[in-house]
Write a protein that binds this ligand. Structure first.
Ligand code: SF4
Length: 397
C-alpha cells in the first residue's frame, strides 16, 4: 500500500537504526520528546526504543487529546448531559475518560444521560437536524487537527439556522503546550528525573530536541515551531507516523545536536509545508478566538492555549447556552498522568500501572486512548520491562 508498506520496511528500519547508532556520540545523552500521541503509539507498536542506542532516549509528550483533558472538563460535559438533559455527542475515546465521583461519560450514559459516540462532527450535526426537539451538544476536544471539522460544523449550523446545536469547545493549541513544557520552571520532580543529566539553562525539562507532530502540522505548517529553536535553542523535526518516519527524524535530530544546530526541519514533506493549510486556518480564525487561559491535565493552567467560539458564533457556544461553572479537580492521588504528560515520568513509574489501571478499567486518562503513553506501553511494551529486550544488531556500526 503506497505510503504505508515502504515506510514499514524492517531492513530499512534496521539500517536507519545502525546510522543512528553510528552518529550518536556515546559520551553524551540525546533526550528527544515526541510531542504527539500518534508518535508515542508508533514507538510502542513498532518497538522503536529497542532499536536505539541506550543514550538516545525518547520521552513522551502531552500530545494525546484525551490525555490532556482535565477531569473538570469531563465533569462539565457530564453535568450538561445530566442537568440540562442535552444529547451530548463526542468521539469514542472521550467517553471513557475517568471523571469525578467514579463517573465517566459512558457511566453517565448508564445512569440515563443521553450520551452518543460519534465518528465526526457531521454525525452530531445530522443528529441535531433529525431531532429538532432535542438540544444537541458536541463536546469538541483535540489539537489543531480536529479543530477545522468543528469549525465546519458550526459554520454549517449557522447556515442551516440550527437552533438546537452547540459546541462545548475544548480545542487546545500545540505551540502553547510546547511553551508549557519547555518553559516550565524546574521542579523537584524534573530535577530528580534528570539526575545525572546536564542542567537545562532554561530551567525546564532537559530536552535536546523535539519530534514535531504529523497531523497537526498538516494544518498549521512548520512555521509555528520556529520559536522553539529561536527562544529555547532546541531543534524540532516534524515527522510522519510510520516507523521509518520516526527513525529518520531521530537521525536528523541526532545530526542537528552533533552539529550544534537548532532548526525546524521537516521529515514529513509528503504532507507538511511551511505554510500548512491556509483555508483551514482561515476558517478556524473566523469561527474561534483564544481563551485567555485553559487548564490542561499535567501542564496546569496555560495562557492563550485553547479556543472558544468567537463573538459572531457565540450563539453556538454550549458554555453560554447551558451555564455551568468550571471547577478544577485534582487527579486521583495514585495516578502519575500529570508527570507523564510533562515528560518527567514513564508509565512503569506508576504504582498502579497494569494492576488497578488497565485499558479495560482506566484510572487515569493516559490509559484510555491508544495514543496515551500508558495504554501504548500496556499494549506493546509492558513485557519488555521484564526482559529488557533490545536489538543488538541495531547498535552495530
Ligand atoms: S497507569 Fe493509569 S493511573 Fe497510572 S499514570 Fe497511567 S493512566 Fe494514570
Amino acid at each position: 500500500m503506497k505510503y504505508i508498506d515502504e515506510f514499514r520496511d524492517g531492513e530499512l528500519a534496521r539500517n536507519l537504526a545502525r546510522h543512528i547508532a553510528a552518529a550518536a556520540d556515546p559520551a553524551r545523552p540525546y533526550r528527544f520528546m515526541e510531542f504527539c500521541g500518534g508518535h508515542t503509539h508508533a514507538i510502542a507498536r513498532y518497538g522503536l526504543k529497542a532499536l536505539l542506542p541506550p543514550n538516545v532516549r525518547l520521552i513522551h509528550g502531552p500530545g494525546c487529546p484525551v490525555c490532556v483533558l482535565p477531569i473538570g472538563r469531563v465533569d462539565q460535559a457530564i453535568r450538561m448531559a445530566l442537568e440540562y438533559e442535552v444529547t451530548l455527542c463526542t468521539y469514542g475515546d472521550c467517553l471513557r475518560v475517568p471523571a469525578s465521583n467514579g463517573l465517566s461519560l459512558l457511566k453517565a450514559k448508564a445512569r440515563g444521560a443521553d450520551v452518543r459516540m460519534v465518528y465526526s462532527t457531521q454525525d452530531a450535526l445530522a443528529l441535531a437536524q433529525r431531532h429538532p426537539e432535542r438540544q444537541v451538544v458536541f463536546f469538541a476536544i483535540g489539537f489543531e487537527t480536529t479543530t477545522p471539522p468543528t469549525a465546519v460544523a458550526i459554520a454549517q449550523a449557522q447556515a442551516l439556522g440550527l437552533g438546537n446545536f452547540s459546541v462545548l469547545c475544548c480545542h487546545v493549541l500545540t505551540p502553547a503546550a510546547i511553551i508549557g513544557i519547555l518553559g516550565a520552571a524546574q521542579t523537584p520532580e524534573t530535577a530528580s528525573a534528570q539526575a545525572g543529566a546536564k542542567a537545562d539553562p532554561q530551567g525546564g525539562l532537559a530536552l535536546d530536541g523535539m519530534v514535531g507532530p504529523a497531523h497537526v502540522s498538516t494544518v498549521i505548517g512548520s512555521a509555528p515551531y520556529e520559536f522553539v529553536p529561536e527562544r529555547y535553542g532546541k531543534p524540532v523535526v516534524i515527522a510522519g507516523f510510520e516507523p521509518l518516519d520516526m527513525l529518520q527524524a531521530i537521525l536528523m535530530l541526532v545530526r542537528q545536536v552533533n552539529d550544534g544546530r537548532a532548526e525546524v526541519e521537516n521529515e514529513f514533506t509528503r504532507a507538511v509545508t511551511r505554510q500548512g493549510n491556509p483555508k483551514a486556518q482561515a476558517l478556524v480564525a473566523r469561527i474561534f478566538t483564544l481563551r485567555p487561559e485553559f487548564e490542561w491535565r499535567g501542564l496546569g493552567t496555560l495562557p492563550a492555549s485553547a479556543l472558544m467560539l468567537s463573538p459572531a458564533y457565540a450563539g453556538f457556544d454550549a458554555e453560554l447556552r447551558f451555564p455551568l461553572p468550571y471547577t478544577p479537580v485534582p487527579d486521583h492521588k495514585a495516578c502519575e498522568c500529570g508527570a507523564i504528560l510533562r515528560g518527567v515520568k514513564e508509565p512503569r513509574d506508576c504504582k498502579v500501572f497494569g494492576s488497578v489501571c488497565t485499558p479495560d478499567n482506566p484510572l487515569g486518562s493516559c490509559m484510555v486512548s491508544s495514543e496515551g503513553a500508558c495504554a501504548a506501553h500496556y499494549t506493546y511494551g509492558r513485557y519488555q520491562d521484564l526482559g529488557g529486550m533490545s536489538h543488538p544488531e541495531a547498535h552495530r556500526p
